[in-house]
Write a protein that binds this ligand. Structure first.
Ligand code: GDP
Length: 143
């Protein structure tokens, strides 16, 4: 059986800061296998759909503005315990509250512009992976 999967996004601030390589290196060093990856410019409708669960929140407009402010890099990651381990690797939503050494602590400016997204459950990992990648674009048995 395939190991657990999660959907990561290197957000537009990560791309603007030329940190795609740096953050991806840390993800790979932590033992995650990349099963799908691309550079994509989200439309407003796509960003609103992805974050639909937050549509009543006061920061929703800001979040959609940010996620459409430039290209981002969604990727499907695979590893034992991928969902929880990836969220540990990136750290708390607000970089000021994130643990030392986490990706958000190291690279994020604030709670909104926080470098990386990670799914919050196995089921959401599957749904979010398929939001960006049809099944045939997700590699199986990639070593
Ligand atoms: P996550 O699971 O750690 O990404 O956090 P949430 O699911 O709570 O929020 C989703 C995303 O919305 C976060 O990663 C931030 O980019 C953004 N966000 C959360 N809270 C705020 C906020 O108070 N202000 C702004 N501008 N964005 C926020």
């Amino acid at each position: 059986m395939a190991a657990e999967r999660t959907l990561a996004i290197l957000k537009p601030d990560c791309v603007r800061k030329d940190l795609i390589g740096e953050v991806t290196r840390r993800i790979q060093e932590a033992g995650f296998k990349i099963r799908a990856m691309k550079l994509v410019q989200l439309s407003r409708a796509e960003a609103e759909g992805f974050y639909a669960v937050h549509k009543e929140r006061p920061f929703f407009g800001e979040l959609v503005d940010f996620m459409t402010s430039g290209p981002c890099v969604p990727m499907v990651l695979e590893k034992e315990n991928a969902v929880a381990d990836y969220r540990t690797l990136i750290g708390a939503t607000d970089p000021e509250e994130a643990a030392e050494g986490t990706i958000r602590k190291l690279f994020a400016d604030n709670k909104g512009q926080n470098i990386a997204h990670g799914s919050d459950s196995i089921e959401n990992g599957r749904l979010e992976a398929n939001y960006f990648f049809p099944e045939f674009e997700i590699i199986n048995n990639g070593g």
